[in-house]
Design a protein around this ligand. Sequence first.
Ligand code: 13P
Ligand code: SF4
Length: 429
Amino acid sequence: MAADAHASASGGVPGSLRPPFPPARSGYIVEVTTTPARPDVSPGTPLSLFVLGQGADPRSERGVECPGDLPPASDPALVERARRAKAALGDRLFVLGHHYQRDEVIQFADVTGDSFKLAREAAARPDAEFIVFCGVHFMAESADILTSADQRVILPDLAAGCSMADMARLSQVEDCWDTLTDAGVAGRTVPVTYMNSSADIKAFCGRHGGVVCTSSNAKSVLAWAFERGEKVLFLPDQHLGRNTAVREMGLDLADCVVFDPHRPNGGLTTEELQRATMILWKGHCSVHGRFTTQAVDDVRARVPGVQVLVHPECQHEVVLKADQVGSTEFIIKAVEKAPAGSKWAIGTDLNLVKRLAAAHPEQEIVFLEKHVCYCATMNRIDLPHLVWALENLAQGHVVNQIVVDDDTARYAREALQRMLDLPGETTKD
Ligand code: 13P
Ligand code: SF4
């Protein structure tokens, strides 16, 4: 973990690199801590994700505005500037890009992947001084947790949060655990959190014998959890939890209950909690939650022979109607190994679907919904922010560093490591 947040990066300004904007001041570093709370934000204050840039909330996924002058998006030299800054940084830099990133950004990624692959890639780069994470906040936090103290993880736009991760706050999860304790079931419950959660939720799981999962390994992680407890508290994505438990592990829908953090005792009776095998947190992805069963029916009628391929963050009814279900990496591999003439309707972020369609003109690839459906926060990482971050690094200014405090990182690492240590755990082919 990058513990020394305030040391600046070494290395001078290359002669050829003179950006026309003032270098960012040091000190624009986000320390991700669970305490102290911001005096102006009471715990659990409901703020909209889209009130971005209205101030920092270091306990949340919401992020803050860019602390420097961005190059204008209209600058025709942006691609060249990014190339030069990257070349100037050389081996000191490693750029990770999630599959939902824009084309303009993904072209600069040294590795692209789903959240599981990127976590492994971050951990496997001990020589990179700077890991620039083109993804969202919880991914950059995980990278910081899995890298060493002298490596710095940078998120080009701190407003790149995740609405799903924001649906589970530590105080809410602690209250939930108290409810489970009062119902006499906490001792028999293993908390499992999806990678798409803040570091303090991962740390909660680490402290309580729990584990992290991603969409590519949720089944094996749940199997691990059920070897250790009778019940699972699954955070924060109810759909991934339900889809994995019911579709992949043979549980019944009646074995699942939904814990609503906004209702007393989660809106559940003690008997319901005692009976349930899967206690699903009431959270969801605002992008994948939009795909409907109607869209599946429509595309089947429109495109004879189409195969519907969706991400497991989609609603259960949609997943049941799909032909194949898997993480972003799984989706890519399914298309890559399909023969020419295959027809796909894909239910995941549009940046990825458009890229797949462009890369495979020999196949017919359509977007599952008729409405445009990008992840707004993934899209926050654009070329101006990337250029701004890279040029500052090349000038010796570390900007937008993501630092998880030591105590949170220690327990979050335990939960992450339990996932990474699972036998055969690798991104699905
Ligand atoms: P994966 O990267 O695990 O496929 O998850 C998709 C996603 O929603 C990331 O935020
Ligand atoms: Fe979060 Fe969904 Fe966007 Fe992924 S796609 S970052 S889960 S809002």
